[in-house]
Write a protein that binds this ligand. Structure first.
Ligand code: NDP
Length: 308
């Protein structure tokens, strides 16, 4: 019987994950099909109940469900518990286990961005959704000493900071209102800027005005494309990377969780590139247009050491 793996999100009209995971199943001889399920929040519990069936290997969870799905599974891994967000589900019989493979995916992306430099200790994170939780957790675990979070709705950033209270007790983790003057002042004190909002995903917009981006910054955009922010930062002289490595490595970790097999990362990378060159859009990070625009240019860190 062909097993099923589903991506649950809203919307998930097209997906780079589908191309990447199906290529991995086919390459490894796993008889499984990756399906896209567009499910509004109100029917999320029904979708989660459905994947308890024997024909499912598991699921991916994406925008906007990563936090909402937490109380719907039976068990959480340490990373899912710590972040309060789930992006991958596996089955143990009829019980569902929630994992967060965005955390290891972000680690690969961060290492690729920093390269041979000393790992910085200060960061600004834009956003407070499921992706931002993986980022903040990854930065805390990496030993960052100061992280400032800006989010459109300040209360959500404050809730995230509160969530990390105990694990961040040894360092400074703060939510701040996103006024331009405050962001500019903070940019002057930080080394890393991570965009974990969806600004730039479906429209060519940037969360930060170009003129306040300092040249010595390292900028990671979780969106899998050469976004407005990345173009501005690169023009300012910053080192930039997009969400490709994170997408690839969260997917590789999920593949291993479902199948118990090492992920064919090269095959998955090629499938991602092919899907992008065909203009496939992704719930996980690719806006419309510029399908080939993510290729690393001068000064970019995209395609870092762990890409293969
Ligand atoms: P969520 O829906 O959980 O969070 C969305 C975030 O974006 C919130 O902080 C939200 O702010 C903010 N936001 C959305 N629209 C606007 C807007 N118009 N103006 C200001 N802020 C806005 O999504 P995720 O955290 O799951 O994903 C966020 C981004 O990260 C997406 O672009 C996603 O593609 C990318 N991502 C990429 C991954 C990868 O593997 N490369 C992995 C995970 C995420 P508010 O709280 O105020 O609504």
């Amino acid at each position: 019987m062909t097993k099923r793996v589903v991506l649950i999100g809203h919307p998930v009209a097209h997906s780079l994950s589908g191309a990447m995971q199906q290529a991995a199943f086919d390459d490894q001889g796993v008889d499984a099909a990756y399906e896209l399920w567009d499910r509004a929040p109100i029917v999320l519990p029904d979708a989660i109940a459905e994947i308890r069936g024997d024909d499912f290997l598991g699921a991916n969870v994406t925008i906007p469900h990563k936090e909402r799905v937490v109380p719907l599974v039976d068990k959480l891994t340490e990373e899912a518990q710590a972040t309060g967000a789930v992006n991958t589900i596996t089955r143990e019989g009829r019980r569902l286990v929630g994992h967060n493979t965005d955390v290891p995916g972000f680690k690969v992306a961060l290492d690729g961005l920093v390269g041979r430099q000393k790992m910085p200790r200060t960061a600004i994170v834009l956003g407070a959704g499921g992706g931002a939780r993986a980022v903040v957790y990854g930065l805390i675990r990496e030993g960052f000493q100061r992280i400032v979070v800006f989010n459109r709705h300040l209360h959500r950033a404050e809730a995230m900071v509160k969530h990390f209270g105990r694990s961040a007790s040894h360092m400074e983790l703060r939510a701040m209102p996103g006024h331009e003057s405050i962001i500019e002042a903070e940019l002057g004190k930080t080394k890393i800027l991570v965009n974990a909002t969806s600004i730039g995903l479906s429209a060519d917009e940037s969360p930060i005005p170009a003129e306040i981006l300092p040249p010595e910054l390292l900028v990671l955009d979780l969106i899998y494309n050469r976004t407005h922010l990345l173009r501005d930062a690169q023009a300012a002289g910053a080192t930039v990377a997009d969400g490709e490595l994170m997408l690839l490595h969260q997917g590789a970790a999920a593949f291993t969780l479902w199948t118990g097999l090492p992920a064919p990362v090269d095959v998955m990378q090629r499938a991602l590139s092919a899907a992008r060159s065909e203009g496939v859009r992704s719930a996980e990070g690719e806006p419309a247009g510029e399908p080939e625009a993510t290729a690393a240019g001068a000064g970019t860190a995209t395609g870092g050491p762990s890409a293969g």
